[in-house]
Design a protein around this ligand. Structure first.
Ligand code: ADP
Ligand code: MG
Ligand code: MG
Length: 508
């Protein structure tokens, strides 16, 4: 696509210009928090005993070209996606049916579901739910026209909303400061670089939930970021924390998940209180528990981990996400929604045009069950020739968990067949090739790249407690976007996992 329209994008740089751009990126990224803590292999702890060092996040030197029509479609259907996933959590029976197909095989999903059951038995103390979602897509060209295919929908710890605003600003700065050669103007202009308010969009989602909660409380309140420790992607989270304080005047604190029971209390009225260890004379009532941890089984490798998750879920703090919202993000849910000819999607989306537009974004996904498609999935996955066009996904988040292409048959044969239904088989989306230059840990890689766009959405809704089904949406909005770019030889695209780089779109 763009390769044909802009065959020489990005432009070739003289050595002097490349040096100038690299210096600009290196300094701008630290000055504006487009940064990460360095990988352990990068710095000898002897030289950084207190962990003060930071380094530039991996970024592309140029914004990647992205079809304007696909960008507009991805952003304009986000509200429908917000409301779809909210509606899924309002239909506990439907979610239970899907989860029950995997809960017995996948221990992690089983444990999450039993947390929901335990809270439901006692009765949920909070009907409000906050979603800070990210719907990820790649470009798929059909009949010469670029369209969107969804890679996945994230309902927990959707990351990079902090850094993505910053990388958009970095590319705007490079353009405005004439760092790029003049011939770039055919492909990149101030007008072609869209605004990206992901930081304030996500902060205002937290603020909206906080306001709803505090309307009914007369104690000092705070938002609690429940986090992994250590966290290399800390600035991504800090940027949201700072915007929350500066723009909405909402205080927040970071609490490592493993220290939950030590510093919080579930009061007799089921409110959650937090006493910061640095300020033990103060106690806050927690308005929102914002999970940036708790999505990976490794987050639960401490004795009281499940007790802590249950404790937080039992509280009357608004959870982002609640356990049901977390479970709605299972890849199995995505597969069921994408089943051709099924009525699942139309039970959740009433507007026929919206339904059609959301359905258009689905790529073929197969279950490993007893149905005819299940049989087809086994055939496709076990034959190395056909498997080469697929990715096998377990019910996991955070990158690094999938099995790609030719590795699928041997992997499946290495595990008992009874475990196969915990996976889904998805057709690989093959976006058109592009070129870009990535700067990672100071090194520069040039070559073919693949882009994945993510659109953020925030949603606040009520789930009718005590009933199987029902609820209402209170607030639903877009919250900027993320573009991640990886070398075209890499299957995974995670920036934190070390495969991808932060990028922004130049709309063409
Ligand atoms: P996770 O929840 O761990 O991020 P994803 O489903 O997003 O899992 O898969 C991780 C990465 O694998 C994606 O960022 C993308 O680069 C690649 N990937 C996943 N599914 C597809 C697909 N259908 N086509 C092409 N690439 C894919
Ligand atoms: Mg992903
Ligand atoms: Mg994910």
């Amino acid at each position: 696509m763009s390769k044909d329209i802009y065959p020489s994008y990005p432009p070739t740089l003289t050595e002097e210009r490349k040096k100038f751009i690299l210096e600009t990126v290196r300094d701008w990224s630290i000055a504006r928090g487009l940064a990460v803590r360095p990988p352990p292999s990068f710095v000898d702890p002897k030289h950084d005993p207190t962990g003060v060092l930071a380094t530039s996040a991996p970024v592309t030197l140029f914004p990647s070209l992205f079809p304007r029509s696909a960008f507009n479609e991805a952003t304009s259907i986000q509200k429908a996606y917000n409301e779809l996933y909210a509606a899924i959590t309002m239909d506990k029976g439907w979610l239970q049916e899907i989860v029950s197909e995997i809960a017995g095989i996948d221990e992690f999903v089983g444990q999450l579901w039993s947390v929901h059951e335990a809270v439901a038995k006692e009765g949920y103390a909070q009907e409000l739910n906050l979603g800070m979602f990210r719907s990820d897509y790649m470009i798929h060209v059909e009949k010469g026209k670029p369209g969107l295919k969804q890679v996945e929908f994230n309902t927990i710890a959707s990351s990079f909303g902090g850094l993505s605003s910053q990388v958009s600003s970095l590319h705007k700065h490079l353009l405005a400061s004439h760092a790029y050669p003049d011939e770039i103007t055919g492909a990149v202009t101030a007008e072609s670089l869209p605004p990206n308010p992901s930081i304030s969009g996500l902060a205002s989602g937290l603020a909206a939930a906080h306001r709803e909660y505090t309307a009914k409380s007369n104690r000092p309140t705070c938002v609690l970021f429940v986090v992994q420790d250590p966290e290399r992607n800390i600035f991504d989270q800090r940027l949201i924390e700072y915007a929350l304080l500066e723009e909405a005047k909402v205080p927040s604190f970071r609490l490592p998940f493993a220290e939950t029971l030590k510093h919080t209390r579930l009061e007799s009225d089921r409110s959650l209180t937090y006493t910061p260890p640095h300020s033990p004379e103060k106690t806050y009532e927690v308005s929102v528990v914002y999970y940036r941890a708790g999505y990976a089984p490794t987050d639960y490798e401490w004795p009281e981990a499940w007790e802590a998750r249950l404790y937080l879920e039992r509280s009357s703090a608004i959870k982002c996400p609640s356990i049901l919202t977390h479970l709605a993000g299972c890849k199995k849910v995505q597969q069921v929604l994408a089943t051709p000819g099924s009525s699942h999607l139309q039970n959740f989306i009433k507007d026929t045009l919206e339904l059609q537009r959301v359905r258009e974004t689905f790529a073929p996904i197969y279950p490993f069950d007893d149905s005819a498609t299940g049989t087809k999935a086994r055939e496709l996955a076990l034959n190395p020739k056909t498997a080469a066009h697929y990715v096998l996904k377990p019910q996991r988040e955070g990158g690094g968990n999938n099995i790609y292409r030719k590795a699928i048959p041997d992997f499946l044969k290495s595990i008992p067949e009874t475990q196969w239904p915990a996976y889904i088989l998805m057709e690989m989306i093959e976006p058109p090739p592009q070129r870009n230059t990535i700067m990672r840990n100071g090194d520069v890689e040039e070559g073919g790249v693949i882009c994945e766009i993510g659109v953020y959405g925030v949603c606040l809704w009520r789930i009718a407690s005590g009933e199987q089904k029902g609820g209402e949406i209170l607030h639903s909005a877009n919250a900027g976007y993320l573009l991640r770019t990886k070398g075209d030889q890499s299957e995974e695209g995670g920036v934190a996992a070390g495969f991808g780089a932060m990028d922004s779109c130049s709309l063409v």
